[in-house]
Design a protein around this ligand. Structure first.
Ligand SMILES: [Zn+2]
Length: 278
């Protein structure tokens, strides 16, 4: 599988994207350069003295081979998602509603038993998982302190980045998952092939993976792209998530458009030939 040689993770710095992060093609075309942007959600306290702040070049690239649109620079996730990262999904009404709807839809398509496990990657304050909490076992993996809010709500959460060690730890204590969701996660992850491998390792053979990513056009139309670009990790738009999942033997079973971030698409996926229905 394709692996970027030099990783931004752990570098306390950034790495320029030279090859497509999904298909490894070097045939990348620059679409637009937005400028230098600081990490989003870094909020100095009111009246605090101005201080030097890092900023990163935000160039949008398109892969001519697989059409994936991606940001041309990867920033160390420790810079973008420090423990103090202030964003919590529970404060956004549209997210709460979409998560509730998604949980209802999934539960209807794939009825859950009380000992089934539902996992959310980048579970933040547990807003999505709270919809499953009364039906079955839930488990979140979240690198920021938002995970502590989930723990306070009784949602079993491992405070960690999602990686092989975190998955090993989770599988040994919880077993494998029937449902794994990752909403707006691929857009913020450096080694996306590694993440898909980790998800497959955590998922039961008949399990369902839910991926939710942004649509490119509404992001541009609603200028949400400015907000999202300022995160500066490799954002995946368009068909990129589909190409990526198919490379790992997953098939998309169901998708639709929802209004989150100007337009997103929750995709329900399973291992090819292992799931039915929907
Ligand atoms: Zn590509």
């Amino acid at each position: 599988m394709i692996r970027q040689k030099k990783l931004a993770a752990g570098s306390n710095s950034s790495v320029v994207v030279e090859r497509c992060q999904v298909c490894d093609s070097a045939d990348l075309e620059s679409i637009i350069f937005i400028g230098y942007l600081p990490p989003v959600n870094t909020m100095p306290t009111i009246a605090s003295r101005p201080a030097e702040q890092p900023a990163y070049p935000a160039e949008v690239l398109r892969c001519k081979q697989c059409q994936l649109v991606q940001i041309g620079l990867i920033v160390d996730p420790a810079i973008l998602f420090p423990p103090t990262y202030p964003y919590t999904s529970g404060t956004t009404k549209i997210l709460r509603e979409n998560f509730a709807e998604l949980a209802q839809e999934v539960s209807q398509l794939y009825p859950l038993k009380s000992d089934d496990l539902v996992v959310d990657v980048g579970s933040n304050d547990g807003t999505l998982l709270s919809n499953f909490q009364r039906t079955c076992r839930v488990y979140g993996i979240e690198p920021t302190n938002a995970g502590k809010l989930a723990l306070e709500k009784g949602i079993n959460t491992q405070i960690s980045f999602f990686n092989r060690a975190a998955v090993k730890n989770a599988v040994s204590s919880q077993g494998k998952a029937k449902i794994i969701s990752a909403t707006n996660v691929f857009a913020h992850i450096e080694d996306i092939h590694e993440i898909v491998d980790c998800i497959l390792e955590f998922l039961r053979e008949d399990g369902i993976f839910i991926s939710e990513s942004h649509y490119l056009l509404p992001l541009i139309e609603t200028t949400a792209i400015r907000h999202n670009l300022s995160r500066t990790p490799p954002i995946l738009f368009g068909d990129g998530a589909e190409v990526l999942l198919e490379m790992h033997g997953m098939e998309i079973i169901n998708t639709r458009r929802i209004p989150t971030h100007g337009g997103s698409n929750p995709c329900l996926c399973g291992s090819e030939g292992k799931v039915s229905g929907a």
